[in-house]
Design a binder for this molecule. Structure first.
Ligand code: B16
Ligand code: MG
Length: 219
């Protein structure tokens, strides 16, 4: 059987931690007198922690010392981790497990490709760690999405050529990264926001086994 490398983003694709990032960033921003909307939050999805805080500061036209920057990042992560702590298998997004099992059954290599430095903790929390052949996350890369580094590294870990990889992504930055890497990009979310993706589905319940088979057999 043909083989493709299947690369999954984490936040917003496997689990809905995007909502926790939003809550934690907004609370943090409010402590320095900055607020932002859910629409602006789209720009924080898939983006690294450092880049997220830079964007929030730019929105609020704030400039702070390096020391304060590090302190704020620490505060945000602590708050975010308090949400993560309560996570369990019930937070796996609908039909993610079905698709992972379908790929495993078809002997397709699977990697995580996440910007998050908390990715491993989250996968353990929701008991999905064993489904992945490789994990590439924010601790492994030096360039954040939309740079394709995280996905190229994932392809390499799976020993599959980049143009034989399929990426599931919920963020604009991630879809762009997958496209730059010459991979098949599958947006999970709003088709208007993710219009640059090769395919878009609202969630995994819309993805059929037949579609997965077509991807595997694609030239
Ligand atoms: P952390 P993904 C990304 O994860 C999130 O979408 C993004 O909002 C977050 O800022 C980034 O991880 C860094 O996360 O603070 O946990 O290191 O979507 O690439 O799985
Ligand atoms: Mg994401």
């Amino acid at each position: 059987m043909n083989k493709k490398g299947f690369i999954f983003d984490l936040d917003g694709v496997i689990v809905d931690t995007a909502k926790y990032h939003f809550l934690a960033w907004r609370k943090l921003a409010n402590t320095i007198g900055v607020d932002f909307t859910e629409v602006q939050n789209e720009q924080l999805k898939g983006v690294s922690r450092v880049r997220s805080l830079q964007k929030i500061l730019a929105w609020g036209k704030k400039s702070i010392s390096e020391e304060q920057f590090a302190q704020l990042m620490g505060m945000k992560n602590e708050d975010y981790l308090s949400y993560i702590d309560g996570m369990g298998q019930d937070e796996i997004l609908p039909d993610v497990s079905r698709i992972l099992d379908c790929l495993i059954e078809k002997n397709q290599p699977i990697s995580l490709g996440s910007a998050s430095k908390n990715a491993r903790i989250i996968l353990e929390k929701v008991a999905l760690r064993d489904k992945f052949d490789a994990i590439v996350d924010g601790n492994d890369v030096s360039n954040a999405k939309p740079d394709p580094e995280v996905f190229l590294m994932a392809a390499k870990s799976l020993n599959i050529a980049a143009d034989k990889c399929v990426v599931f992504e919920d963020s604009v930055a991630g879809v762009e990264a997958a496209n730059v890497a010459d991979m098949i990009s599958i947006g999970i979310g709003d088709a208007e926001i993710l219009h640059e993706a090769d395919y878009v589905f609202n969630d995994f319940t819309e993805i059929s086994t037949q579609f997965i088979e077509e991807l595997i057999n694609k030239k």
